[in-house]
Design a protein around this ligand. Sequence first.
Ligand code: UDP
Ligand code: MG
Length: 345
Amino acid sequence: MADTKLISVIVPCYNEQEVLPMFYAEITKISKQMTDKHPELTFEYVFIDDGSKDKTLSGLRELANQDSRVRYISFSRNFGKEAGIYAGLSNAKGDYCVVMDADLQHPPKFLPIMYEAVASGEYDCATTRRVSRDGESPVRSFFARLFYKIMNKISQTEIVDGAQDFRFMSRQMVDAVLSMSEYNRFSKGIFSWVGFRVKYLEYENVERAAGTTAWSFWGLFRYSIEGIIGFSTFPLSIPVMAGAVSCLISLLFLLIEAFADKMSGALTAVIFLLLFLGGLILISIGVLGMYLSKTYLEVKHRPIYLARETEKDAYKFAKPVESIDVAINDADDAENDEDTSDSEE
Ligand code: UDP
Ligand code: MG
């Protein structure tokens, strides 16, 4: 048999108690199909419990006690999906790693195709790209499109519209992603920044299998600002350009003042200019502040996540199973047998 190849399936979970059993059923089904076809394949499932407040963690403990392929890392609090992806990738042992959502919006049926693409050596990464945003509110779609437009204009790193965090990667690419150890993580940018050959598989949007999305509109807004600040320095140059333009305008005013006998509405012009320049200065300081705050967090070198429990602790929560009862009963019987043999002597 050829060398075994391990595939690590990394699944960030936040309050996913409802979908977890469905996801586990699906992923084990696909794994079986894949191992039947390629006997050299083995799997590990690395679940990240991102400080869930529901029964996700107890579900994971149960799975880990039943199935040795199940591993998990439970965070000390909610650190966000990005931290979950990082924790999963840095703890995965696989020759290949695939990151996917727990809610089945990243259909496991793509895994065999992704594996073929990457294992062939032609690609280092296979990912899906949504070609429709069906099931998403029009407002959200509009802002998402706007974000991709702006982002791709002002950043050197291309962020493909509709590209997702559902990524099947070679070990080489995983190591490259991990070498970017920044605190402010924006995976879509990181995956693109490292380069490598990426195969895009197109598919129609699927709705969540159960539960609700953890993303609010403002959450997404903050996330897109994170993306822009993380992968573009263009906003820093806006104040410079605006400053240059306002200097030119003020020179123009000076010229008009010098050549015209008297300016009409001079007071209005002064008030307008004061407010306008004041606004520009405040915006510029704000932009500087945003970059400075990210730099501040970055230089602190805080850990990206903190784990409080892993699958190695799962046994502590194992329910007493029948086999343990049987073992105890057997031991008792053996003692009784010894007793009887003693008495016979
Ligand atoms: N998730 C996470 N931490 C969070 C929010 C979400 O690990 O703070 C996980 C979530 O459990 C899911 C994936 O990230 O597996 C995508 O989240 P969700 O489905 O809520 O986002 P959407 O699909 O709406 O973008
Ligand atoms: Mg989802």
